[in-house]
Ligand binder design. Sequence first.
Ligand code: HT7
Ligand code: ZN
Length: 852
Amino acid sequence: AQTIHLAEYQPPSHLIEDVSLTFRLDPKATRVLSEIRFVPNPAREDALAGKADLRLDGVQLKLISAAIDGNPVDVTPDATGLTLPAALLPAGPFTWEAEVEIAPAENTALEGLYMSNGMYCTQCEAEGFRKITYYLDRPDVMAPFRVRIESDLPVLLSNGNPVAAGPELAEWEDPWPKPAYLFALVAGDLVAHIDRFVTRSGETVDLNVWVRPGDEGKCAYAMDSLKRAMKWDEEVYGREYDLDIFNIVAVDDFNMGAMENKGLNIFNSKYVLASPETATDDDFARIEAIIAHEYFHNWTGNRITCRDWFQLCLKEGLTVFRDQSFSGDMRSHAVKRIEDVLDLRARQFREDAGPLAHPVRPDHYQEINNFYTATVYDKGAEVIAMLKRLVGDDAYRKALDLYFERHDGEAATIEDWLKVFEDTTGRDLSQFKRWYTDAGTPHLKVTDDFKDGSYTLHFEQETAPTPGQAEKPPRVIPIAVGLLNPNGDEVVPTQMLEMTEAKQSFSFDGLAARPVPSILRGFSAPVILERETSAEERAFLLAHDTDPFNRWEAGRGLAKQVLLRMVTEGAAPAPGYLSGIEALLRDNGLDPAFRALALRLPSEDDMAQTLHAAGITPDPSRIHAARQDLQRALASQLSALLPALYTEMAVPGAYTPDAAAAGKRALRGAALALLTRLDDGATAQGQFAKADNMTEQLGALAALLDIGKGTDEVTAFETRWRADRLVMDKWFSLQVLYAAPEACAATAARLTEHPDFDWKNPNRFRSVLGALPANAAGFHDPSGASYRLLADWIIRLDPLNPQTAARMSSAFETWARYDGDRQDLICGALERIRQTPGLSRDLNEMTARMLG
Ligand code: HT7
Ligand code: ZN
């Protein structure tokens, strides 16, 4: 397959002045008529001189007719598009007209125009528009669109504002120039949950959340989140919405979470539909975050888009950073930061440490869909957070104002982005840029000394080579540090140290006693901190640190130390850890959500990563056993506290999804998981029977399954929820997640035989096959049965939906961590996928990168 390189970027030969599309919808034979006004690109001399061919992208299209300026032309498309030779093109602007036929009902890849439960919908990012009509399907070609939809379906939607409607037709006009990847169309039998928003400048915007009839009662939280996001963007970034109408549509079949199409966001129904009975607190929080994320793209992504797909982090990193700030403002910054770092370490650090490592801005790819990754999204957001820390809040806001002013309506690059910071602050950001261009997570080694009242921290940074990048020059690392007195008082409040060298020291003078350092507060940079730290010092920070992130981090460090010794030496759980956690749990002044996070043990995958980084081959079965032992030890240490905590954290009255109530339920749920180990599941059974909300129902079921019980509850849950797809996804998932390691593959295999296992639906596929690697000990069971099962299903899915198949294959990315037998089994599974005849470009690239 062809590799595309950033260094080979070329401006398009032509630009597009405007686009007019007509859709005559039919499941098997939709006709798409296009009228596109092209002009030679002034940036291309060959085009101005009439010497540039025009190459249009087009995939799986049946060309019915084509004309230039009204004159029919005879062109022969190939598999990826068609070429209009320079000789055929008029000297100046011209109009291309084409009629093509496509079959949405046969589109199982869910890219382009497809059907989901009788409804038409589109997904055009990254390169799906070329499956709709012939076009310059690249993000640096922006144009206003006019769309006419002809269909007998009652609701016909596209981007922009509605301009005409009649029997069986609707017309939409989007005045804002946009790239084709932001095009959207929806047609179906839908109902709307409606509301309005009045912008800061007094414009009224109609808001609609469109769902299938029957689901209209589950839209209120999405709508409320949308209005809060609109207000937040005005207040915090000065950004207003810019059309008369904003539509959100929920669809059941969707490859990812959601899509920010201009004025017509399309969502995986999982991230829209919520009611207390069917959605958990985590679901509500994710809905709020994703609704905000897609809305925020209106400015960071749509009004200013990306010049090419290498610049994906320009919109995704910034928009993730914005949605994280929003969620922090809506809930708790401390808790949100901990959750985000947990996620970053679980997905991005793992990616950065393996064969799929790539820079935040990759410089080559074969299939761009393979680069919607934790690195581009989450590390991309961390890079922006660091930039903000380095320049300060005021300068950040000034730089953003300049970014919007300078690049509105443009397709921009990371260079443009950094330049606005350089221009507003006078800083040279050339070294900072390495965060965009260099892959891998820096290790930050720290030692310290204390002499004559002066305390010095010595830092050394090092990043291991990653695929294709052997050299790793030092990066700028903002290191937030505070110092505590041995009595627990803070003697030096948080300071931002700026490390730029490979080795660098920073001193603090005038101290009466050797302080205890609190380093990398708030997780001020995405690095791995390495410092010999005693259990006593961690316990001290767990009790006294004023920085909530580092307080939590101290507890986590302790838990990891304890687990490590349990796994490698068969040590008993350390009493210091158990009593430290108990003291924290007893502190009623602490946010329950924070306490719940402190009680959560490092995941088995996190421990495998930690052991591997320490040069020890992880044994997933031993990690699982040690973690279970530690849970039991925690339960017995806390036996006097748990029943009281469980009762105290009950939230009276009707369910509300707010952060305070959710935090209490999180702590109650964590207490229940431990209590279940003491009372053989009695409390959990009671909670399951009485629960009036999904958080408590599912929490009770998970607690039971985790101790090997819950058979009756699994059946009862299925009977009650069989008709609800999203709830049933949870039912499928949970059984795989909590299966005993040796039974995990068989459980997943059995569930794939269930009559409701609709494997062509990505949510359902992920609920079983995505849960398999999430059960670490089950996935890595020495029999290799889980590896084989996952490989079988990936091979089966690939011809229908290569995007989802390729994403799932990254479960194998950690193969090099494990022992020889497991390595052989994993690589065997990967090799079998790679050798499959007719493999997609997506999977071909993924397996080749993983196998090296
Ligand atoms: N920008 C959107 C990305 C997306 C996507 C990418 C590839 C294939 C399918 C997709 N669906 C959505 C979503 C976002 O990050 O906001
Ligand atoms: Zn996004």
